[in-house]
Design a protein around this ligand. Structure first.
Ligand SMILES: Nc1ncnc2c1ncn2[C@@H]1O[C@H](COP(=O)(O)OP(=O)(O)OP(=O)(O)O)[C@@H](O)[C@H]1O
Length: 651
């Protein structure tokens, strides 16, 4: 069926073909109208069949090389976009500032059908050559555009819809353009927002890269938006003069004299030096701008060369530039689809194999985490036991692109004295049992990477103060040593307890909670997840790849309360699989094992009676693997640790 829009544009083409010197009335937008005028003026024939020019292989290689970091950032975004609009017949392309496609990701159906045939690496899409089109028109206007069906000037492109956004570097120059093309009929409402967001991601990455020797600030009138794409970015030199800013900063600070070279003190009601000193101390600050409005600011990076604090008692902590470029991130698998949700502030693909994330709350958590790691702020992950906090932490590490290790440490696992040495390291011979050569500690091991403090609620009070100090300056001083070492660690903390209640009960320091609670994500319990079915399938596959489960069985499972969440589900599915006669679990198999488990806290109570022996036996049997023991018994790792501690105290 020809849609009214196509009919209207077909009419416009017909009028033009009759020799009109101007495009007819009723053009969909001023950008398309102006573009047609430009095409007419260059004498381009809308009806001619034009073969799209493709540059030589050597030229393409040279252009790719020249595009350097921009291209690497763009490729990462193309991959993410490909995940988001996967299966919807799309072709995604990144072209340089001359409209030559450097990279593209195409859905097979799009290329096989032949309609996207001319869109290949090296093809050139300037308006002068190809008429009105996403890439060319975005480059010509410097704005994000959608060119739908017959809005294309060349009739031969009339079945394609493109949406494209230019990418600007830190100085505001266009350095490339991102495009998503589809058949006219499979275009999607959210694609333009997705492409625009991806372009903003590239621009922000580029600004942070190009300004890596500068102080880069993220600003927003509301603190919770600091880590999102809505935040503005501003770079300052050591004198406090603006070197670069993104378009969000320009619109957030409208009315102020924001331009390259503007002095910080003219924009904000605070002397630059004092601001930097405070920033080093506190990480995020509330500022008043020159018009009297409140703005929150947090450093994206704060180089050591910026003014040293003159405020007494403040600690200096130069930070390193962020981790590796996004293109070096690991391969990803995804269960997430971006079909019907409204465009959130920052989209992110699923980086962890087997991590089901079709639930909106989980996807929101993934996006928050991805934004927070970009700014390297600590993240507090909250959720009942077994809801996937550690898996989300792995995702955070992967999405950060940081090259260092992911180090997880269970705060309930060790007594305070040993824990401090484990965490911060120790000098040789500093206490009985210490190794002669000493140890760098887990924080140092996570240098350049990510440290997860699991079960944060169990962190001994004595260590909470040390952690707070570490969060302030990212320096570690090994136990028994007089020297400190600067590290660059993305901190994540996970807990299932209500930390506010712990603060009330004076078991947790309020200042530490305040510091860690900048970005908080809550993982929903299994009973509230909309993707329960997908989870059940995935967990079952992890137990036995050949196993299957019927829809009725899933429906029966979904009725359960699952207080042990994924771990409990895994344990129930294992039992059901053992109980069933084939490798396909049916409702009856579930009914056979579920009543025995209800109420769902049963695994814990099983542990409580004669539990110690059971835990120790399983711990021995699994070759001292805490995770394996926790999995096999269907309890959390903390529970296992607690029993192991009790066990060793009793001996
Ligand atoms: N979204 C998910 N998709 C598939 N499997 C998951 C998901 N989330 C968690 N799991 C699985 O559930 C188990 C528990 O996950 P994880 O250890 O991350 O939970 P947790 O919240 O950290 O638990 P705890 O609070 O007990 O430490 C793991 O085997 C994990 O692989």
């Amino acid at each position: 069926m020809i849609e009214p829009h196509q009919r209207q544009m077909a009419h416009a083409h017909a009028v033009m073909a009759r020799g009109s010197a101007m495009p007819p009335d009723g053009m969909p937008s001023a950008d398309i109208l102006d573009s047609w005028v430009r095409c007419m003026q260059t004498g381009l024939d809308a009806r001619a069949t034009t073969s799209i020019e493709v540059v030589e292989a050597a030229d393409l290689a040279e252009r790719r090389e020249r595009a350097g970091v921009t291209r690497r950032l763009a490729r990462a975004e193309l991959e993410t976009l490909a995940q988001q609009i996967a299966g919807s017949n799309f072709l995604l392309a990144f072209a340089d500032q001359e409209g030559v496609i450097l990279d593209l990701y195409a859905d097979n159906r799009f290329t096989m059908n032949g309609r996207g045939a001319g869109i290949v690496a090296g093809s050139c899409w300037t308006e002068a050559l190809c008429g009105t089109n996403g890439l060319g028109t975005a480059l010509a206007t410097g704005r994000s555009v959608a060119v739908t069906g017959l809005e294309h000037y060349l009739l031969q492109l009339g079945e394609i819809s493109c949406t494209a956004a230019p990418v600007r570097d830190a100085l505001g120059d266009i350095v490339g353009v991102l495009d998503a093309s589809s058949y006219f009929e499979s275009r999607q409402r959210h694609t333009q927002a997705l492409v625009q967001m991806a372009a903003t991601h590239i621009e922000n990455g580029l600004l942070v890269h190009q300004m890596r020797a500068r102080l880069v600030l993220a600003v927003h009138p509301r603190p919770e938006f600091i880590g999102t794409l809505s935040a503005g970015l501003l770079a300052f030199d050591t004198e406090g003069r603006v070197c670069a800013f993104n378009s969000r900063a320009a619109s957030l600070l409208t009315g102020l004299e924001l331009a390259r070279g503007s002095a910080f003190d003219l924009l904000f009601d605070e002397p630059f030096e004092r601001f930097v000193a405070k920033l080093r101390h506190s990480g995020q600050l509330r500022l008043r701008d020159a018009l009297g409005s409140i703005v929150y600011a947090a450093p994206v990076h704060l180089p050591a060369s910026h003014p040293v604090p003159r405020v007494p008692g403040l600690v200096v902590h130069p930070t390193r530039a962020r981790g590796a470029p996004a293109h070096e991130r690991p391969a990803r698998t995804s269960h997430a689809t971006a079909d019907s949700v409204d465009p959130p502030p920052a989209f992110v693909a699923n980086f962890v194999a087997g991590f089901v994330a079709d639930d909106p709350a989980v996807r929101a958590a993934m996006r928050t985490v991805a934004s927070a790691v970009r700014l390297r702020v600590p993240i507090l992950i909250h959720g009942e036991t077994g809801t996937g906090k550690e898996l989300l932490a792995h995702h955070a590490h992967a999405v950060s692109g940081r090259q260092g290790e992911f180090v997880a440490v269970n705060c309930g696992a060790l007594p305070a004295e040993l824990f401090e040495a484990e965490l911060f390291g120790y000098a040789g011979g500093s206490f009985t049992g210490a190794r002669r050569e000493g140890s760098a500690g887990l924080i140092a091991r996570a240098d350049g990477g990510t440290l997860l403090l699991d079960e944060l609620g169990e962190l001994p009070l004595a260590l909470q103060a040390a952690l707070l100090r570490f969060l302030d300056d990212q320096r570690v001083r090994p136990v028994g040593s007089t020297t400190t070492r600067q590290v660059d660690v993305q901190l994540l903390a996970a807990t299932h307890v209500d930390l506010e209640a712990e603060v009330q009960a004076r078991r947790f320091r309020a200042d530490l909670l305040y510091r860690l609670d900048t970005v908080r994500v809550d993982l929903p319990p299994l009973r509230r997840r909309s993707d329960f079915g997908a989870i059940a399938h995935t967990v079952l596959q992890a137990i036995d790849r050949s196993a299957r489960i019927g829809d009725d069985a899933i429906a029966a499972l979904s009725q359960h309360a699952w207080s042990g969440n994924m771990r409990e589900l895994r344990s129930v599915l294992t039992r059901a699989l053992l109980a069933c006669e084939s490798s396909r679990i049916e409702r009856a198999d579930i009914e056979q094992v579920l009543p025995a488990l209800a109420p769902s806290a049963a695994p814990i109570s099983v542990l409580q009676q004669g539990a110690l022996a059971q835990v120790l036996r399983e711990f021995e049997r699994t070759g001292h693997s805490v995770s394996q023991t926790s999995r096999n018994l269907g309890v959390s790792r903390t529970t296992v640790y607690r029993y192991l501690r009790e066990g060793s105290a009793a001996r």
